[in-house]
Design a protein around this ligand. Structure first.
Ligand code: CA
Length: 320
């Protein structure tokens, strides 16, 4: 069975077999055949386009939670490729080719559209009044820089009658693109229209402090990298990120929270929101309504805009 982690990476166990994980069947990929596809960008592009047409691209959703009282805040939409031969493929396997070949926009829009539809369904399911749930949708930088980006995103949300304030666009500075200036102009336009903007993978890769000056950011998504080990330098970096966020009045969401120890660390640092296996794994869209219905009564719902940054525990950050 492939081991899929929270970051969206699946293992590439060799051999071909079917195994069942809960209610869903997972196909273990033929690693050699998959590698052949991955190393042939033209073939991968053709196959990916067909996947979009044939309905093999699916969106999974992972809950986002307020750390303080475990209020359910919303979900991040995560695009997957349900390949008939290779099983469930994470974006890491195809996103680079998708970006280079101009398909990333279609994947981003698909995730957004599915997510907006899900919010509508969840609104309709609510038995009584509850704060509206929020959607976080990933946007690749190439798409952000593309002509028509802002209109295409706005259209999907407007057609559904969904307030843009219920959507966070997660953007990362990954990789070189031709025109950052255009990308950030487009992003600023969507922010003015009411969308929230999150800096994804913050602290890792290309996501830089400079972007906090460049962009009207609402939220920082702290990369899982700083949670894994709990080493003093990781804690120092987490502390510094949270201090910056507090000073700039930004929201913070830590990704990749898997256990009580990590949760405790984030709580002491005054982190506001979390996402990770500890609160819910990514799940197929059909499973989300039941997940929401079963959300424990003691852990309420909360509108994302109302989540406020708590103060860190006394002594945290001293000496930095
Ligand atoms: Ca993301």
């Amino acid at each position: 069975m492939p081991s899929c982690d929270d970051s969206g990476l699946c293992g590439t166990d060799s051999g071909t077999a079917d195994s069942t994980s809960g209610s869903r069947t997972v196909t273990v990929p033929d690693a050699a055949a998959l590698a052949r596809l991955e190393t042939d960008p033209a073939a991968l592009e053709r196959r990916l386009r067909r996947a979009l047409d044939d309905g093999e691209i699916v969106t999974w959703f992972q809950p986002q939670v307020r750390l303080d009282d475990r209020s359910l805040v919303g979900f991040e939409a995560l695009v997957r490729w349900h390949h008939p031969e290779f099983g469930l493929l994470m974006p890491a396997r195809f996103i680079r080719v998708a970006e280079r070949r101009g398909i990333a926009a279609e994947l981003d829009l698909f995730g957004l559209e599915q997510g907006v539809g899900l919010l509508q369904q969840l609104d309709g399911d609510a038995a009584g009044p509850r704060p509206p749930l929020h959607l976080s949708a990933n946007i690749t930088p190439d798409f952000a820089a593309a002509r028509g980006f802002a209109d295409r995103v706005s259209d999907i949300v407007a057609r559904a009658g969904m307030p843009p304030e219920r959507i966070t666009l997660e953007i990362t500075e990954r990789g070189p693109i031709a025109n950052w200036r255009t990308a950030w102009r487009n992003v600023r336009r969507l922010r003015r229209a009411g969308f929230r903007i999150a800096l994804d993978d913050f602290g890792a890769g290309y996501s830089s402090l400079g972007l906090l000056k460049e962009l009207p950011v609402d939220e920082i998504k702290v990369d899982r990298l700083f949670l894994r080990r709990g080493a003093p330098e990781d804690i120092a970096i987490l502390t510094a990120i949270l201090q910056i966020a507090r000073t700039l009045k930004l929201h913070v969401l830590a990704e990749g929270v898997e256990n009580a120890e990590q949760e405790q660390r984030l709580r002491a640092l005054g982190c506001e929101m979390v996402q990770g296996f500890r609160y819910g794994r990514p799940m197929p869209i059909e499973e989300v309504p039941e997940f929401v219905a079963r959300w424990p009564a003691g852990a309420p719902f909360m509108q994302k805009a109302d989540v406020a940054m708590p103060e860190p525990a006394p002594g945290i950050g001293d000496g930095l």
